[in-house]
Design a protein. Structure first.
Length: 331
């Protein structure tokens, strides 16, 4: 943990947002400006010298390389992404993590940055911390091209990864995954035979898990370490430390935790496989708020909203498909 003190995360103020969600107060921020080829070349010339870290060994070499990544991270350019992407291939797990966080800053070119993130996640599937950090970076990018990857992780055996995947759906604003999230609540959408109009005759049958009292547990945003006045260095440290702590305690209530000091590499414990789906409710409610702009008290309200907004949801899905193509076409 001591080496985290050298981490610093220079956060971009602008975000690349997908088509607007149903939240009325949602504004589409501007895409950060791409740096010129000359600016990128100048920064990379310095980066290459620092990355070599000649004469340095061990932690000193690692610190030098972390500093090199930190210096180029704010520069939006495809060649910068390639340089940061090199960090995701490092044999040092902490350097890989910080490189993933910095890639999440490359909002002018989400597709190019996401390719490195997804590649690292596929290579290190058993590294719980890396998987969580990668998902968070995809959320920072608002990247729409990782739908299948996120869809699969919503079904992951470890609840800590499930929760991160659910949160990522909300961070991206991907309504195309709404039905996948609702399945975790036991709520069917139209394509699954649900989405019927509530109170259409007879006694209403409440579908889905009850979340009475869960509202008090909903994360209102404090834990994501993105307060505007937060220290950038602490944001990077806390994000990685929080992911490691969550991975180490991933078995939680199942009583089969990971070994103390584990780095999240998938060893030890059942990973919460025996836990109740109700544990996911606070995270799901927060994501539903981001996707719909609504706060729901019970499953029937969700079904009512789906019935009322069916056409709008389908239109937004088409808009997101179109925007995904635009993102993937970026060079």
């Amino acid at each position: 943990m001591a080496r985290f003190c050298v981490f610093a995360l220079v956060l971009s103020v602008a975000l690349l947002a997908p088509a607007s969600t149903f939240a009325e107060d949602k504004k589409t921020p501007e895409v950060p400006a791409r740096a010129s080829d000359e600016e990128a070349a100048s920064a990379l010339a310095i980066f290459k010298v620092n990355w070599k870290a000649r004469g340095l060994k061990g932690d000193d070499k690692l610190m030098q390389r972390e500093m090199a990544l930190r210096q180029i991270a704010p520069i939006q350019h495809p060649e910068i992404i390639k340089a940061i992407g090199k960090g995701t291939k490092s044999s040092d797990e902490d350097l890989r993590l910080v490189a993933l966080i910095y890639l999440g800053d490359q909002k002018a070119h989400p597709h190019l940055a996401a390719k490195y993130i997804i590649e690292a996640m596929r290579k290190h599937k058993k590294d719980t911390v890396l998987m969580m950090t990668g998902l968070q970076a995809l959320g920072e990018l608002k990247y729409l091209g990782a739908k299948k990857e996120i869809q699969g992780l919503l079904k992951h055996k470890y609840y800590v990864i499930k929760k991160t995947a659910i949160a990522t759906v909300g961070d991206i604003g991907d309504v195309r995954l709404l039905s996948d999230v609702l399945k975790l609540l036991g709520i069917k959408t139209e394509k699954d035979g649900g989405d019927q109009e509530p109170n259409s005759g007879g006694k209403e049958v409440e579908e889905g898990y009850s979340w009475e009292g869960a509202e008090a547990e909903v994360d209102r945003g404090e834990a994501d370490n993105t307060k505007e006045n937060a220290d950038a260095k602490k944001i990077a440290e806390q994000k990685i430390a929080a992911n490691k702590a969550a991975a180490e305690a991933k078995a939680g209530k199942s009583g089969a935790g990971a070994p103390a000091g584990a780095s999240g590499g998938g060893g030890g414990g059942r990973g919460g496989m025996a836990r109740s789906p109700k544990e996911l409710i606070p995270t799901i409610l927060k994501t539903l708020k981001k996707l719909t702009g609504e706060e729901f008290d019970k499953p029937s309200q969700v079904r009512g909203w789906l019935h009322k907004n069916r056409e709008r949801v389908e239109k937004q899905k088409k808009d997101l498909n179109a925007q995904e193509k635009v993102q993937k076409a970026q060079k």
